[in-house]
Design a protein around this ligand. Structure first.
Ligand code: ADQ
Length: 464
C-alpha cells in the first residue's frame, strides 16, 4: 500500500512519555501508522541548512527533519510567512510587510524541503502538506519528478481576489496552490475565495469544487478540522484532581469565571476583548466582585515586531482595567502568558461559566471546540464566539458576536453570565453533538478519502 508522507513547517517528534501533543499531531493521529513519514523543519538553526534529513523513528513512524540557516529562517518564517501571508490572509493588509528578498527566502526553504524530501520520497507515496509555509512545495516536488497524489490543507483563512491582489506575488502563490491535486480549507467561504482568486487572477475555469487551469484539474473542498472530543472531555473529568484547577476554583470564592485562551496573536482580538470586559464592568455594575476574566495567552512569534507591540498593548490595557475596577479583595482581570498542560486547560474550561473566543478572523479556532467538549452536561458554561472564526460556521448555538464591537461582546458576556440553566443545557447539547461529530479523526479521514479519489497530475512547465 502507498505510504503517507505528511509535511509541515514543524514536526511534532514524540518526546518523553506523557508529553502532550499539539493540535496537528492530534488531528493526524490516525495517520501515524508504521510506514508513515512526517517531514519538516527541526526547529534548529544551523550555519548551513542540512541537505539530508535527520531521521528519528517512533512507533514505526519516521520523523524526518532538516535544520535551516538563520538567513533562510528570517526570510521564510519571520519575513514572508508571518510578516506577509499571515496578516494578508487574516485581512490585515495594513500589517503586511512584503519584501522581495523574504519571498526569495520562502522559495529557497521550500526548495530545501523539496530537495531533502527527494531522499525519502518514493514515486507512489501520497503526500499531504500543511499550511501557508509550504504553498510552493507541491510544484517543486512535481518539477523533481514526484508522481504521487498531493494534497494541501490551509489551516488559516483565505482572502478574496480584491484583497489578494495587494500581494505582489499573488499570481505565483495561487498558481502554486493549483499545482496540488487537492486543496482543503476550513470553511466554504475560504474555499470559495480561493476558487474566485484562481478564476479572476489566473483565468482558471471553475466548475463546482473543481478548478481547471492549463489543462489540469484540481479539487478545492471544505474539510473542517476538529479535536479529539472524547479524550478532551475525559481530561476535564479528570481535572477535578488537578492541583492548579483546584487552586483556581478555591480562589474564586463563589465568583463566576469567564475564560479566554489564545496564542498571543493580533488575529485573536485580545485588545477588543479586554475593552469588552471593561465595558461589561462599566455597564453592568452588578457583576462587580462577582466575576473574574482569566485570559491565558502564551507569547508567540516575538521575532515579528507586531507581536511585541501587541504584548505591550495588552500589559497596558490589563493594568488600566485592574487599576480602574479592582477592589482590595477583587482583581477583575487575571492575565497570564504561561502554557498549561492539556488536563489543566480542560479543567479551567470546565470551571468557567463563560468561554470568550473572539478572534477578528480565524481559520477554525480549536479553543471554541475544546471549551464545548470540556463542559459538563448538567451545568455547562456558555460559549461567546466571533462570527469570523471558522468554528462559527458550525457552532451556531453559541452566542455569536462581532469581535470588533466591544459593546456587543460585553452584552453577550452578560447574557452568558445570567443565562438560566435550562437554556445553557439546551445550547450545550446542540454544540456538543457537533463537536463530537466533526472530530480530529473525522477530519483526517475525510481529507485522506478525498485524496485517494483525485488523480495525480503533472504540472505543465508553463504553470510552474
Ligand atoms: P492557532 O492560531 O494556534 O491555530 P487555535 O485553533 O485556537 O489557534 O489553536 C490553539 C491551540 O493552542 C489550542 O489547542 C489551545 O488549547 C492551545 N493553547 C492556547 N493557549 C494555550 C496555553 N496557554 N497552554 C496550552 N495550550 C494552549 C491555527 C489556526 C486556527 C486553526 C488551527 C488548526 O490559526 O484557526 O483552528 O490552526 O487548524
Amino acid at each position: 500500500m502507498a505510504r503517507v508522507v505528511i509535511v509541515s513547517n514543524r514536526v511534532p517528534i514524540p518526546k518523553a512519555r506523557g508529553a502532550t501533543a499539539g493540535g496537528l499531531a492530534v488531528a493526524l493521529r490516525d495517520l501515524l501508522k508504521p510506514g508513515t513519514i512526517w517531514f519538516g523543519w527541526s526547529g534548529r538553526l544551523a550555519s548551513e541548512p542540512s541537505a539530508q534529513p535527520a531521521l528519528v523513528e517512533a512507533r514505526g513512524v519516521t520523523y524526518a527533519t532538516i535544520d535551516l540557516s538563520s538567513d533562510d529562517y528570517r526570510g521564510y518564517y519571520v519575513g514572508f510567512a508571518n510578516g506577509a501571508l499571515w496578516p494578508l490572509l487574516h485581512f490585515r493588509i495594513g500589517l503586511m510587510r512584503f519584501r522581495r528578498q523574504d519571498y526569495e527566502g520562502y522559495l529557497a526553504v521550500n526548495r530545501s524541503f523539496a530537495d531533502a524530501l527527494g531522499s525519502v520520497l518514493q514515486l507512489d507515496d501520497t503526500l499531504w502538506a500543511h499550511d501557508y509555509h509550504l504553498v510552493p512545495l507541491g510544484r517543486m516536488l512535481r518539477e523533481r519528478g514526484f508522481q504521487g497524489p498531493m494534497g494541501f490543507f490551509l489551516h488559516i483563512p483565505f482572502a478574496p481576489p480584491s484583497m489578494m491582489e495587494a500581494l505582489p506575488v499573488a499570481r505565483e502563490l495561487i498558481a502554486d496552490l493549483c499545482a496540488y491535486d487537492l486543496v482543503g480549507f476550513q470553511t466554504e467561504e475560504h474555499a470559495r475565495d480561493f476558487r474566485d482568486c484562481a478564476q479572476r487572477i489566473l483565468g482558471a475555469t471553475v466548475q463546482g469544487e473543481w478548478v481547471r487551469l492549463n489543462g489540469r484539474s484540481m479539487r478545492v473542498f471544505t474539510c473542517p478540522i476538529g479535536i479529539d472530543a472524547e479524550s478532551f472531555s475525559r481530561d476535564a473529568d479528570r481535572a477535578v484532581n488537578d492541583k492548579v484547577v483546584q487552586r483556581l476554583a478555591g480562589s474564586l470564592t463563589g465568583r463566576a469565571l469567564a475564560i479566554g485562551v489564545d496564542r498571543m496573536d493580533y488575529s485573536k482580538g485580545l485588545p477588543q476583548r479586554f475593552e469588552a470586559y471593561a465595558c461589561l464592568l462599566e455597564k453592568h455594575p452588578e457583576h462587580h466582585r462577582k466575576v473574574h476574566l482569566l485570559q491565558i495567552c502564551p507569547r508567540s512569534r516575538e521575532e515579528v515586531d507586531e507581536y511585541r507591540k501587541l504584548r505591550s498593548e495588552l500589559d497596558r490595557l490589563a493594568g488600566r482595567i485592574n487599576g480602574r475596577f479592582s477592589e482590595f479583595d477583587w482583581t477583575p482581570l487575571r492575565y497570564s502568558t504561561r502554557a498549561a498542560p492539556r488536563t489543566t486547560l480542560a479543567g479551567l474550561y470546565r470551571t468557567a461559566r463563560v468561554g470568550v473566543v473572539t478572534p477578528l478572523r480565524d481559520g477554525m479556532n480549536l479553543v471554541a471546540k475544546e471549551f464545548v467538549a470540556a463542559q459538563s452536561d448538567e451545568d455547562p458554561g456558555v460559549l461567546v464566539l466571533s462570527q469570523f472564526a471558522g468554528a462559527a460556521h458550525e457552532l451556531t448555538e453559541a452566542l455569536i458576536v462581532n469581535p470588533f464591537d466591544p459593546d456587543a461582546i460585553a452584552e453577550a458576556m452578560h447574557e452568558g453570565l445570567s443565562m438560566p440553566a435550562p437554556e445553557r443545557r439546551e445550547r450545550h447539547l446542540a454544540l456538543k453533538d457537533k463537536v463530537f461529530r466533526t472530530t480530529a479523526q473525522a477530519y483526517s479521514e475525510r481529507f485522506m478519502e478525498a485524496l485517494s479519489q483525485v488523480k495525480a497530475q503533472s504540472v505543465p512547465r508553463a504553470a510552474a
